[in-house]
Design a protein around this ligand. Structure first.
Ligand code: AQP
Length: 326
């Protein structure tokens, strides 16, 4: 049994990328491991957020965690900001992180590109993420491909801390599904599907209405050919749509190729939309029930209590080893 920690930012509404790459794995892991799943609201303010929108995004993400199948009797579901140990260990980890390490982070480069003023929090984000993981002495961290570099830094920081202050942290391993680790944008298959994209046509939200899903998929960019063939190198857009199809239907890529042989993109895209709608409809139904039930505050209170017990014990150990008076 491993300690599992993972989080999703409240920087927008959750996409099917977040579902396939993260949430769905959480629901599998909760049966076998000691799981901590959080909405990383402190991370989401590393880019500017409108307060009312942020609050809605946080509540909506928590409700989607539950609607997707996370069972709060098995896993702790909580907000990062409700467990102050995250911010405190985040600071301590920042002091152990080298500037050069942060400068190499591709997510920082991507997210700061073209911006005039960049908050320091966007730069130090990976140190806070390391703290998130290490607070729970997590050994297994479900992440999409995009987050692997941050996890590598976390591993380096865990080793650095252990070497300087004595064995404290186990070294966390990434847990990444083979397919679906990286769902790409519908408008540009060279970019990851992201909830904070400014183009709504680039993503499918977990809460998109069926009509919206059909429209977005019908307009998804494809190459000028007509063959439904998995070839990420030469046909990245169609290959991405095929990955989504496979992930949402449990059909293999080979079966999808066989099913649409000689049919062109039209029937494939039409069916893909129905596959996505069928996957999301029951989640959306449960989501509405959870929002209406008013249960979210209680879920978060209980989750924070459970998480705090583990997090505070680790923080105390860390501070003691570093020489603080605790
Ligand atoms: N497109 C994706 N394909 C597969 N997995 C994905 N994840 C995100 N997008 C995809 C996984 O979801 C988890 C939560 O991610 P996050 O919210 O902490 O940050 P992110 O990776 O930066 O996700 P977004 O949606 O792109 O958010 P924004 O737009 O705010 O940056 C992670 O496990 C991630 O791998």
């Amino acid at each position: 049994m491993a300690n599992v920690l993972s989080g999703i930012q409240s920087s927008g509404q959750l996409t099917i990328g977040n579902y396939i790459g993260a949430l769905r794995n959480y629901t599998k892991l909760q049966h076998e491991h000691d799981c901590y799943f959080m909405v990383v609201d402190l991370h989401s303010v590393t880019l500017p957020q409108d307060p009312a929108t942020l609050r809605e995004n946080i509540e909506s993400a928590v409700a989607l965690f539950i609607a997707a199948g996370i069972d709060t009797s098995k896993a702790a579901v909580f907000l990062q900001s409700h467990v102050p140990a995250h911010a405190e260990l985040g600071w301590l980890m920042t002091t152990l992180t080298y500037m050069g390490e942060l400068e190499r982070m591709t997510q920082f480069k991507d997210k700061s590109a073209g911006k005039d003023s960049i908050g320091a929090g966007l730069f130090t984000y990976p140190s806070l993420m390391a703290a998130d993981i290490l607070l729970y002495k997590a050994t297994m961290v479900p992440v999409g491909d995009d987050q692997k570099q941050h996890l590598e830094l976390t591993r380096d920081l865990a080793n650095r801390f252990n070497n300087r202050f004595g064995e404290t942290f186990p070294i966390p391993q990434p847990y990444t599904p083979e397919v679906g680790a990286r769902i790409m944008s519908l408008d540009d298959a060279s970019k990851k599907m992201s909830k904070s994209s400014t183009n709504p046509a680039s993503f499918i939200l977990m809460l998109d209405e069926p009509a919206v899903i059909r429209k977005k998929i019908s307009r998804a960019v494809t190459d000028s050919g007509r063959e439904v063939k998995y070839d990420p190198q030469n046909k990245p857009e169609v290959s991405n749509l095929m990955s989504i199809y496979s992930e949402c239907s449990n059909m293999s890529i080979a079966d999808i190729e066989a099913k649409y042989e000689g049919q062109g993109y039209g029937p494939f895209k039409k069916d893909l939309a129905e596959v996505v709608v069928a996957l999301l409809e029951p989640i959306q139904q449960r989501y509405r029930e959870i929002r209406e039930s008013g249960e979210i505050a209680k879920i978060l209170r209980e989750g924070a209590e459970k998480a705090s017990a583990t997090a505070n014990a680790t923080l105390r150990e860390v501070k003691e080893k570093m020489g603080f008076i605790v």
